[in-house]
Structure formats: C-alpha cells, structure tokens
Design a protein around this ligand. Structure first.
Ligand SMILES: Cc1ncc(COP(=O)(O)O)c(C=O)c1O
Ligand SMILES: N[C@@H](CCCC[NH3+])C(=O)O
Length: 430
C-alpha cells in the first residue's frame, strides 16, 4: 500500500491532502502515517507469530532513537512493542508514552551511573553492556540499589554490513561492542560479579542493510558463542540480533522483513533442535528505520528560486537542522512537488536557509516549481526529527499524525521566538 500518493495531481498522506496540512499546521512539518507505522510493525509481529513465537519467545524492541515522538512510541507500545533505548532521556520518553519498562533494553557505549540507576529502578529487561568497565560500574550501581542487573554483552561479530561507513557498527574498527575474541573471558567476568545476572547476548552490525546475509552470518557467530558459553555452564536466555533492515530511499530493494525473519527463525530452530532438544531461546529484534522510515515525510515550502551562475537553487523553509541526513551522510531523499502544475521544469539543488554550504536536502533534481509551492521530502520518518537541532536558532518543525482522513498535531511547533523566551537574559556588570 502506498501511504503517500497523488490524487488528482495533489500529494496526499493517506486521505489528507498535504496542501491542507500546510494550511492548518504550517511548514516545515513532519507527517507520519499511522497505517504505515502499524503495517511496518505488523511485518515483524506477524512473522514472529507465523513461526509460533509469542511474547515470551520473541520481542520486537523498537529502536527509540529512530523516531522518539511520544505518539509514535505510544502507538507501537500498544501493539506490544518493547523498546531499545540509548539514554536515560529515551527511557523517560518510553515511560511518558506509556511503554512497558519490563520490555526495555538499554544499549550504548557510555551509560552514566545516573542512567543505570534510573533503568534499574524501573526494572528494565536488560542492559546491553559494551565493555568490562561498564560491567563493573553496573555491578557497583546495582549493589548500591540492592539489585541484580540483567545483562547481555554486545558482541562485535566483525561482519561487514556493507552499508555506509558512518552507520556500520559491527567491524573491528568500530567503537561498539566487545571484540568477538574477548567475549568468552568477558562473560566469565560477568558471571562472577555478584550483582550481575547474565541474561542474553546481543549484536547490532549496522543500519540500512539491504541484504540479510550479513545478519545471518552474525547470527552464526552468536550461536557459536552461545554453545561455547553453554559448555562452561553460562546459560544464555535470549539472543538479540539488533536492528538494521533498510528501506527504499531511491530504488534500493531491501530484503522483506518476513523473509529475513523466516530465514533467521529456521536457523535458530534447527540449531535448538540439534543441540538443546528443541528448547527454545527468546529472540529479540531492535528495528528502527524499517518501522518508521517510510512512514514519514517532511513537508516544506519553497521560499525563493535563485538562479546562480552554474546552478539553480530552490531555497525552502526546512534545513539541515530539520533533516540532517543529506549533510551528514550525503543521503538521498526523494523530493516531490505537492501540487503538480505545468510550470516548466528545471534542475535545482534544494537547500535550506542555514549558513552552511552543507545545508542541502537534495541535489540536481528536476522540479517544476514556483515560490510558495510545497515540496515533500520523502522517507524522512527515521532519523529525521530525532536528529534535528536548533542550529541558527531555528525553531523545530511541527509533527503531525495522519489516520485515514484525520490529522492531528503530535508536537507543538517550536518557533525561534520560543527558544528566546526559554532563556533568562544574563546581567553583565561593568
Ligand atoms: C544498538 C542499535 N540498535 C538498533 C538500531 C536501529 O537500527 P535500524 O534503524 O537500522 O533498524 C541502531 C541504529 O543503528 C543501534 O545502534
Ligand atoms: N542516523 C543514521 C542511522 C544511525 C543508526 C544508529 N546506530 C541515519 O540517519 O541513517
């Protein structure tokens, strides 16, 4: 199903015209489709059910960093989703959205004591620990609270995810996880610490993966480790394979979530049957982009058309502070005119008002546009609003959710003037 499509020459989100959204909510505005979010989550959920997994034997822990809007978290939580967090702030957002802390896993290389306390006090499902010093710190903090911390080690399987180097995380040179060779001794340390409970094993090899072969290769390596740990009586109760499945930005053809999960569960089931008399192991997933990426777009208005010496620029009212991906990774996002009209087309770079040459959203696109026209920046639901900043003292975009023929604001626009009002003005003495 297409959640964003043209009807009589106007681009719609589900059954609401983007022109109407701009009129009601202004621009720039992130627009999310509720149906897309539900369908994308269901792709995981249905594949788990198809392979006879219930919530005790499989759990989707949506990766909050990809889109942490409270309405999005609330919607997914109501579908039974757990959450993968990387900060105390993300835990507070999950709680504010009504998410279940017992379904929260905490990833990240730099957890502070305060964040550990917060997570322990809410009895989260598991800490994905990334180093021995972190393990020791967690043991101390759990001791202070009179608790035991459930732990997975994030193992770095040294598998090439074949994605952009900035979003590849499972190689030796990446800062993430414990080296594969060090995993056994690190588990021995974990098992010896009085306030640590070894619960699982975790890996996450990168993002925007189009093929599941590297994920299945990582799974093989994780399985091998679990067997070696079992030989030492260190029992692993869950296996977390991370997130990483990609989406279509241009013409990429990512593996279907259902196919990937089928192959993964087939491997897991065959292994458990061969080595553990069929005793199941719980499988966790940490998807972000594949749930929200194509469920969102960024709506912006053309302010000026500027014809430079060698290029034409469409200056719009969204910028790198709203959508950082093009500036940061030279990421490609589709750009569609909301109203198709007969103006003659030209090749434009779509740029924002921020004072950086890197402030572009799209390059060399053929567009038939005039000042005042609306453009939709496609596939912007993941790592869009969550990576936004107030650079250039710009306010933040509005966010709305479309549900059939209804649309509602899910975050009040923050104008630059609001930012100013938040700060007290310092008094300088002569
Ligand atoms: C630890 C961890 N889990 C899950 C994710 C979500 O990844 P994706 O959005 O590619 O599914 C990320 C981001 O890459 C991550 O770093
Ligand atoms: N922010 C990245 C993905 C990072 C994944 C986090 N480990 C993107 O926009 O593609």
């Amino acid at each position: 199903m297409s959640y964003f499509s043209y009807q009589n020459g106007v681009l719609y989100a589900e059954h609401v015209s983007l022109a109407e959204i701009a009129r009601r909510f202004g621009t720039p505005t992130y627009i999310y489709s509720k149906a897309a979010l539900l369908d994308n989550f269901a792709a995981y959920d249905n594949a788990c059910k198809k392979h006879n997994r219930d919530s005790n034997s499989a759990l989707v822990c949506y990766s909050v960093k990809s889109n942490s809007n409270l309405a999005v978290l609330n919607l997914l939580g109501k579908q039974g989703s757990g959450f993968d967090i990387v900060s105390g702030g993300e835990l507070l957002r999950v709680l504010a959205a009504g998410g279940d802390p017992h379904k929260v896993i905490f990833s990240g290389v730099g957890k502070t004591r305060e964040e550990m306390r917060l997570a322990l006090s809410h009895d989260i499902l598991c800490f994905n620990v990334e180093s021995i010093p972190e393990l020791q710190r967690l043991n101390e903090v759990a001791k202070e609270l009179g608790k035991r911390a459930p732990v997975s080690l994030r193992v770095n399987p040294n598998v090439d995810a074949k994605t952009h180097p900035y979003i590849s995380t499972g190689l030796k040179e990446n800062k993430f996880g414990v080296a594969y060779e060090d995993a056994l001794p690190t588990y021995r340390t974990a098992a010896s610490l009085p306030h640590i409970d070894v619960a699982g094993i975790d890996c996450h090899i990168g993002s925007q993966l189009l093929d599941d072969a590297p994920l299945l290769e990582a799974l093989d390596k994780v399985i091998e480790l679990i067997d070696r740990l079992a030989a030492e009586n260190i029992v692993i109760h869950h296996l977390d394979i991370g997130g990483g499945i990609g989406i279509t930005y241009a013409d990429e053809q990512p593996v279907a979530v259902g196919d990937y999960l089928s192959r993964l569960f087939a491997k897991v089931d065959a292994w458990r049957a061969a080595k553990y008399q069929g005793a199941p192991i719980k499988v966790l997933f940490e998807p972000g982009r594949s749930i929200v990426g194509n469920a969102g777009i960024l709506l912006t208005e053309v302010q000026y058309l500027k014809h430079g010496e060698s290029k034409n620029f469409a200056v719009v009212d969204a910028a790198m502070n709203d959508l950082m991906r093009p500036a940061m990774y030279e990421a490609w996002h589709g750009v569609q005119a909301v109203v198709q009209h007969p103006a003659s087309s030209q090749i434009y770079d779509v740029v924002g008002p921020v004072c950086e040459s890197g402030d572009w959203l799209a390059r060399s696109r053929e567009l038939a546009i005039e000042p005042g026209d609306l453009l939709a920046i496609m596939s912007a639901g993941a790592y869009g609003m969550t990576m936004a900043s107030n650079y250039n003292t710009r306010g933040r975009a509005e966010e709305v959710m479309v549900d059939g023929d209804r649309v509602y604001s899910i975050r009040k626009r923050e104008a630059a003037a609001d930012l100013f009002a938040l700060e007290s003005i310092p008094q300088f003495k002569e």
